[in-house]
Design a protein around this ligand. Structure first.
Ligand code: AMP
Length: 543
């Protein structure tokens, strides 16, 4: 029997309508370095209509791609809604990729229009001659337009186009399965790959992350998405905030500890999302300065494993709970969130908070061992996590990558355990696992233990070739300024938590762990630096 329910599409226009009409008084604020400029969601609604009209006049009449080359700010939010709501496809370009990769993704997505922030006009101008499909560039702000020139490309000022456009736009009916936006993976292995989100996936994901079993957002929240809008949709925070009428505080290019502390103190966000590296930076800054972070009630954190030392620092020194979440560009991205069960207390509570969390109900999961064997969710058996669900990609844009999919499931490349209550714990990326003498060593566990040492700011562990054991762990360590800890001390500090053979015997002190374009440890670069003899390795034999 069929239901009697209406089949109404779930669209980005629906989110925009709710935000701009029902929550018209809520605000988007953009940090400018010493204060914030702001607009109401009602004004956002009008400006998105004007932007849609302007884009239509430039020939965006169907599902063409409109790129953005922007920080998190009000204009980026306008594009986030105008482009999908008018039936076109938004492509936020990751401004931290290598120039060749940025050209690759823009050409691959076939962006016809790109909206560029003035502070990024110079690097974009260098890229432009390599962009084959771009016909129009819209410059936000007052950059010299001469910096953005190429044959066959018309350059406009964003605000001039908006001023000349009509303040209303007739948003078309859009099929919910149609493309709304696309993000490329950060390309740590091989070329970046395009993930295309639908209206439906965007709507469902935005609604779900507002729920209590996920990030628990509230209309009275003021949300600070530090995570870039070009990286996995800023974790859906921008869509979710507009959907429920929470304010948004956009950090623009001010992403270091000091300016973040200033903007949090001045504009009092209640929820702020970023990768561990950013929060580590804020923590180091806040420790040495008199800053008021008390407005924050919850800090979603993910993108890489959150070290216990970071969570403890936020909890004990500032009374702010970090909420650990896991996801991927391919999963929109939020797929699991670590909220401990009701009865867990003390050390057990910590153990749950440090897992990658429980998969949300929409995201089905299974663990797959060697040769495709299904592994039990017993908290001990290790396998690769595979997922499927309404906001999980089924393929990549214009790419056959069968290795990433398995009978209709996405192979996440994350290896770990799932306990009987559904808590997923990553022990490694499949490409980063260290296999020593036939046994696995978790680089993530070693890193977390090393980062708990008071002198260690960052630690990244990689496997290096070994004649006898095939691979042994090499710990690369960034020490706090002025610290003089040596490898023997470091190893002693973690030796109770590991079997002897799992402890690293090689250490290298480095200035900073190399990071990918989205702030993850770039272990490929570390392995390469080791192979090229570029690391000063100190070996501490096991006695
Ligand atoms: P990206 O698509 O750039 O967001 O990268 C996704 C990958 O980041 C995942 O497959 C994981 O390897 C890693 N990742 C994301 N969140 C976490 C987390 N909470 N803990 C550990 N790794 C994570």
């Amino acid at each position: 029997m069929q239901s009697t329910m209406m089949d109404v599409p779930l669209t980005v226009a629906m989110i925009l309508r709710q935000g701009s009409v029902v929550h018209g008084e809520s605000r988007v604020l953009t940090w400018t370095g010493d204060g914030a400029r702001s607009a109401t969601y009602a004004e956002l609604g009008e400006r998105t209509a004007r932007l849609a009209g302007a884009l239509r006049a430039l020939g965006i009449t169907g599902d063409q791609r409109v790129g953005t080359f922007c920080w998190n700010d009000q204009e980026h939010l306008e594009a986030y809604f105008a482009v999908p709501a008018m039936g076109a496809v938004l492509h936020p370009i990751n401004i931290r990729l290598f120039p060749e990769q940025m050209a690759y993704v823009t050409n691959h997505a076939e962006d016809e229009v790109v909206i560029v922030d003035s502070t990024l006009a110079a690097p974009f101008g260098k890229l432009l001659p390599h962009l084959k499909t771009v016909r129009h560039v819209l410059v936000v702000g007052d950059a010299d337009l001469a910096t953005v020139q190429a044959d066959g490309v018309e350059v406009h000022r964003y605000d001039d186009l908006l001023a000349a456009a009509e303040p209303v736009f007739k948003w078309p009916d859009v099929d919910e399965r149609q493309a709304a936006s696309m993000c490329y993976t950060s390309g740590t292995t091989g070329r970046p790959k395009g993930v295309v989100y639908s209206h439906r996936s965007t709507f469902l994901h935005a609604s779900a992350i507002c729920r209590g079993d996920a990030l628990g957002l509230d209309p009275l929240d003021r949300v600070l998405p530090v995570v870039p809008m070009f990286h996995a949709n800023a974790w859906g925070l921008a869509h979710a905030a507009v959907l429920i009428g929470a304010d948004l505080l956009m950090p623009e290019r001010f992403l270091q500890g000091e300016p973040l502390a200033a903007m949090i103190q001045a504009e009092r966000p209640t929820v702020a999302g970023a990768v561990p590296t950013i929060w580590n930076d804020l923590l180091q800054y806040a420790r040495g300065h008199d800053v008021d972070l008390s407005s924050l009630r919850m800090v979603p954190c993910g993108g890489s494993a959150v070290p216990r030392s970071l969570m403890e620092g936020f909890d004990h020194e500032f009374g702010i709970p970090i909420r650990h979440a896991w996801g991927m560009t391919e999963t929109s991205p939020v797929a699991s969130v670590a909220i401990p069960p009701r009865e867990a207390e003390g050390e057990e509570r910590w153990r749950y908070r440090l897992t990658q969390g429980r998969l949300l109900p929409e995201v089905e999961y299974r663990l797959t061992g060697d040769e495709g064997v299904a592994m039990p969710s017993d908290g001990e058996s290790v396998g690769e996590l595979e997922v499927r669900g309404p906001w999980v990609t089924a393929r990549y844009h214009k790419e056959d990558d069968e290795a990433k999919f398995h009978d209709g499931w996405l192979r996440t490349g994350d290896v770990g355990t799932i306990d009987p209550r559904g808590y997923f714990t990553i022990t490694d990326r499949s490409k980063d696992v260290i296999k020593s003498g036939g046994e696995w060593i978790s680089s993530v566990d070693l890193e977390n233990a090393l980062m708990a040492h008071p002198d260690v700011v960052e630690a990244a562990v990689v496997g290096i070739p070994d004649e006898k054991w095939q691979e042994r762990p090499l710990a690369t360590i960034v020490l706090r300024e002025g610290a003089d800890t040596d490898p023997v001390d470091l190893r002693a500090s973690i030796e109770e938590r590991f079997a002897r053979w799992q402890l690293p015997d090689n250490f290298a002190f480095i200035d900073a762990v190399p990071k990918t374009s989205v702030g993850k440890f770039d272990k490929k670069v570390l392995r390469q630096r080791y192979a090229e003899g570029d690391l000063d390795v100190q070996t501490v034999p096991h006695d």
